[in-house]
Design a protein around this ligand. Structure first.
Ligand code: NAD
Ligand code: UPG
Length: 327
């Protein structure tokens, strides 16, 4: 397929673009490099630098593009609580412009990066797609608003769309991984501390109602996630909006993640316990049964040690290209 990939210079988008190229798709990436890296754009993809809102209409030639895989977004839970304006504009306004450009150009399919954050604090785990969606932060609220808009565009205009609700993405593949200028995610932060690029790691909250008091998340390997995108592109149906959770189905606490990172790296990492981060739910664990049954998805890198090892190999391979090395 001829595909437009937004956010393909970012972490998840750059891995997925590689996997889609390997599968034989023709890829054009649009990215404004606000959090992404130009050197993450894979060989073999065309690259257009710009905001989705500004360039979508020019890169979607009428009748020419088979689908859009839309990763570009603002995606930090804590930041969204402090600066919701950045999230409503950066996510909802940008995506509505993309949906309208797709409609004008007759682009038939969309795969959208939705999130576990749409559910908020779950009543029970694992979380199903039918679980109540009550986001606890503006980031999740904007992604839920986009999912709602997509449903309407599918029903009224015949778009074929899939929203993939990722849980916590981690790991690396094909020379691509996490290398953000400002890093806030747990696993890359712990690995940067293991490399000596940070003094240590803070645990945000030790009073959650979990076994060890720290928050529990479901970590999914970015390669498994990429496979789901390839399947979703094949499975889409005009007029339908399908929503799938994507996780490994197992929860790990912040302490367990730090312990696994210490085992994999062999490094002793200083840990400081601090208060909760605003907007964080206690426990997020996915049921991915629907994706397994309906997309034929087969996640096979679900072991946390494998996820952390792949992230560690990538982080070490960066050398001077690591933003954390220059901090
Ligand atoms: N990383 C996770 O754990 C996770 C979990 C759930 C959902 N997601 C979703 O997956 C997607 C990718 O996340 P990521 O972790 O790779 O983030 P990222 O910040 O690494 O990548 C986002 C990319 O989009 C680009 N971008 C942002 N706004 C843009 C705009 N308006 N126009 C053009 N380019 C723009 C950035 O420069 C960056 O390259 C996001 O939609 C995020 O909400 C991520
Ligand atoms: O230095 C740190 C960083 C994080 N955490 C905690 O570790 C957990 C995981 O945090 P993080 O890696 O920042 O991911 P989340 O905030 O859970 O969000 C990720 O996972 C969500 C889905 O669950 C996605 O929607 C988001 O885009 C993605 O950033 C949370 O409990 C954090 O409070 C710490 O204790 N210390």
């Amino acid at each position: 397929m001829k595909l437009l990939v937004t956010g393909g210079a970012g972490y998840v988008g750059s891995v997925c673009a590689r996997v889609l190229l390997e599968a034989g798709h023709d890829i054009t990436i649009v990215d404004n490099l606000s959090t992404g890296n130009a050197d993450a754009v894979p060989d073999g993809a065309r690259f257009v630098e710009g905001n989705v809102r500004d360039v979508a209409a020019t890169v979607l030639d009428p009748g020419d593009v088979d689908g859009v895989v839309h990763f570009a977004a603002q995606s930090l839970v804590g930041e969204s609580v402090e600066n919701p304006q950045k999230y409503w504009h950066g996510n909802v306004v940008e995506t509505l412009a993309l949906l309208d450009a797709m409609r004008d150009a007759g682009t038939p399919r969309l795969v959208f990066s939705s999130t576990a954050a749409t559910y908020g604090e779950p009543e029970s785990v694992p979380i199903l797609e039918s679980s109540p969606a009550r986001p606890t932060n503006p980031y999740g609220a904007t992604k839920l608003a986009i999912d709602t808009a997509i449903s309407g565009y599918c029903a009224a205009y015949g778009l074929a769309a899939t929203s993939l609700r990722y849980f916590n993405v981690a790991g690396a593949h094909g020379g691509a991984g996490e290398n953000r200028v400002i890093e806030t995610h747990l696993i890359p932060i712990v690995l940067q501390a293991a490399l000596g690029h940070r003094a240590g790691v803070k645990i945000f909250g030790t009073d959650y109602p979990t076994d060890d008091g720290t928050a529990v998340r479901d970590y999914i390997h970015v390669y498994d996630l990429a496979q789901a995108h390839a399947l979703a592109l094949q499975a889409s149906t005009p007029g339908r909006h399908d929503i799938f959770n994507l996780g490994s189905g197992t929860g790990f606490s912040v302490r367990q993640v730090i312990d696994t990172c210490m085992t994999v790296t062999g490094a002793e990492i200083p840990v400081e316990e601090t208060g909760r981060r605003a907007g964080d739910p206690a426990v997020l664990i996915a049921s991915s049964d629907k994706a397994i049954a309906e997309l034929g998805w087969k996640p096979d890198r679900t072991d946390l040690s494998v996820i952390v090892s792949d992230a560690w190999d990538f982080t070490r391979s960066l050398g001077d290209r690591a933003h954390s090395a220059r901090a």
